[in-house]
Design a protein. Structure first.
Ligand SMILES: [Zn+2]
Length: 266
């Protein structure tokens, strides 16, 4: 139990760093210098103002000097990252699964970055996705090394296939829907997000992610329409839906497939 609490705290600290990346990477700024500062008054933040989640609560969501509201995204990213560090530990709890744990946690952190940067700026940062694809391929290469013969497709081959098929499918969907709608229907970055999901989750996980992403995206669209936050035909970034689809596939792939098979064998 104690190690889960420690993982959560460590995760929130990493989440704090992800917040900095979400702010700076799409602006092309360095993530090392300068030190964290208030975007309103540029005042350098003191160490006690950098405590994940708590600093936000203590300051009641405002800068103490310029009174500018601090985005709810800051505590949210810290909380979500902390929770992901814990949830992934449930999946890979044995000491021998340490490598799986580290790579999977990196994957979820990259997805957090992609999700919030796409939501705020409608861009996908190339280096994040390309770095993620490399990590995914390395993980599945390691998995493939000890893969017994005759137990299905080698994870590395599945990852390479997933990466290529994910990219190609979204390329086709984008081309066809852009042709029908006569405007850009999907960002180019979304193709790379699909490739990233394939490189980590393999071809089956990639297909499941896409399927779930369309479901999540549709649901989000309906909710936004109902609450009049969006107009019909407005551009909705598909990247965040892909991220949610990918996370659902990562954690529930086995359950969803079992449920689906059950559905047809009643
Ligand atoms: Zn300020």
């Amino acid at each position: 139990m104690l190690y889960l609490i420690l993982l959560f705290i460590f995760g929130t600290v990493i989440g704090s760093f992800l917040n900095l990346c979400i702010h700076r990477l799409p602006r092309g700024e360095s993530i090392i210098k300068p030190r964290s500062h208030c975007p309103g008054c540029n005042r350098i933040l003191q160490p006690w103002e950098l405590i994940p989640i708590f600093s936000y609560l203590l300051a009641q969501g405002r800068c103490r000097y310029c009174d500018q509201p601090i985005s709810l995204r800051y505590p949210l990213v810290e909380l979500v990252t902390g929770l992901l560090f814990v949830v992934v530990a449930f999946r890979f709890s044995a000491f021998s699964q340490m490598v799986e744990y580290i790579f999977t946690v990196i994957f979820t952190c990259l997805l957090v970055l992609v999700f919030f940067i796409d939501l705020e700026k409608q861009v996908v940062v190339d280096n994040i996705v390309l770095g993620g694809i490399s990590f995914g391929l390395v993980l599945n290469y390691i998995r493939g090394l000890s893969w017994p013969d005759g137990s299905g497709i080698n994870p590395f081959i599945s990852a390479v296939l997933g990466m290529i098929i994910g990219y190609v499918i979204l390329y086709l969907i984008r081309a066809i829907s852009s042709f029908i709608l006569k405007k850009e229907a999907m960002g180019e970055g979304d193709l790379f997000i699909a490739a990233l999901l394939g490189a980590y989750l393999g071809w089956q996980g990639m297909f499941l992610s896409l399927f779930l992403a369309f479901f999540v995206g549709g649901l989000a669209g309906v909710i936004l329409l109902v609450f009049k936050k969006a107009k019909l035909g407005a551009y909705l970034p598909f990247g965040p839906s892909l991220v949610v689809g990918g996370l659902l596939a990562l954690f529930f792939q086995a359950q969803i497939i079992a449920w689906y098979i059950n559905l047809f064998s009643l």
